[in-house]
Design a binder for this molecule. Structure first.
Ligand code: PNS
Length: 159
């Protein structure tokens, strides 16, 4: 039986922490759909098209990974594609409470299981918000995001 997992997020922008989870999921499942949330409420720095373009670019070498957009409930997105597995990354205990709540809500709303991959300790401190803050004040983000993302960050945050 082939297993597809959905890895959801805002990806504003994608970081090496996200990429680590995507690569490890891609090595363990037949297919991985990276589901990028349209999310107007969070007012992302990057437009949806740019977030998707960056995700596609940094996952281009992973043949079983695709990038899709979603809005509304994640469980509806999963159901429409016949996917019953959500993958999330857990960086620290502080992530756990909210992630547990979401996993339980999603399991209650739809026929989906959430599987947590513990983030590599190298990236446990990393978040898109912190990367944007570092970039905004001219800090070096090359250890945190792929080069193409760093380029887009410097272009976007310097304007
Ligand atoms: O990268 P993020 O912003 O932490 O990702 C959060 C995301 C997209 C996984 C979460 O907000 C989500 O699944 N939103 C879709 C709406 C939904 O299904 N909500 C109910 C989940 S409890």
């Amino acid at each position: 039986m082939s297993v597809t997992a959905v890895y959801p997020g805002t990806f504003d922008p994608v970081t090496y922490g996200h990429l680590d989870v995507i690569q490890r999921a891609a090595a363990r499942f037949d297919a991985v759909i990276v589901a990028c949330l349209r999310n107007v409420s969070k007012a992302p720095v990057f437009e949806l098209e740019e977030r998707v373009e960056l995700l596609q670019s940094v996952t281009a070498d992973l043949s079983n990974v695709t990038v899709e957009v979603f809005e509304g409930l994640l469980v509806d997105f999963c159901r429409d594609r016949g996917v019953r597995l959500i993958v999330k990354g857990l960086r620290a205990v502080s992530d756990f409470e909210y992630e547990l709540q979401m996993a339980q809500m999603n399991s209650r709303l739809g026929d989906v299981e959430t599987l947590f991959l513990t983030t590599s300790p190298v990236y446990s401190f990393l978040s898109s918000s912190l990367v944007k803050e570092v970039a905004r004040f001219g800090g070096d983000v090359s250890d945190f995001v792929p080069p193409i993302v760093a380029e887009h960050l410097s272009r976007r945050l310097s304007t």
